[in-house]
Ligand binder design. Structure first.
Ligand SMILES: [Zn+2]
Length: 154
């Protein structure tokens, strides 16, 4: 099925983000700042049937991701894979991985946290658990779950 999906609307150069949990495609585009980006053609397939159940797929032409963007995707869609396409071929496949240290990607939900006090302190978290996803603030030790993380991606 994956191959079939890739074949249906092949893109020449860009990325295909596959195996996004159902309903999260728009959120993935949002954290990548794609909403207002008219330099890329975006194709979204929501609620696609796959061997592992339902999923969303996003294809973005002429756009590549840096490590920080891949980490952001991992935090909201830990099952995702990022395929890099050049000249219609998949040249690289990343299985996203939630980093042990999450710096400058998520805002702490504790309003009293030093990272929310207009101090020049960048938010930083440690990974507590991958499944279910839990991270802990380095400064105030507040823990955040997957939903809270998804709502506070910077
Ligand atoms: Zn904090």
């Amino acid at each position: 099925m994956d191959e079939q999906v890739l074949k249906v609307q092949k893109i020449k150069n860009g990325i295909v983000i596959d195996h996004i949990p159902c309903g999260l495609a728009l959120k993935v585009l949002k954290i990548l700042g794609i909403e207002g980006d008219i330099g890329s053609t975006v194709t979204m397939a929501m609620h696609v049937r796959s061997k592992m159940g339902w999923k969303d797929v996003v294809k973005i032409e002429d756009r590549y991701l840096d490590d920080r963007e891949i980490d952001k995707i991992a935090l909201i869609a830990p099952t995702a894979t990022v395929n890099v396409i050049r000249n219609y071929q998949v040249i690289k496949k990343h299985h996203v991985n939630v980093p042990e240290k999450i710096k400058g990607i998520v805002r702490c939900i504790n309003p009293k946290c030093i990272t929310n006090q207009n101090e020049p302190v960048e938010p930083e978290f440690y990974l507590v658990s991958k499944n279910p996803l839990v991270i802990r603030c380095k400064y105030c030790e507040r823990e955040m779950n997957a939903q809270e993380i998804a709502n506070n991606i910077i």
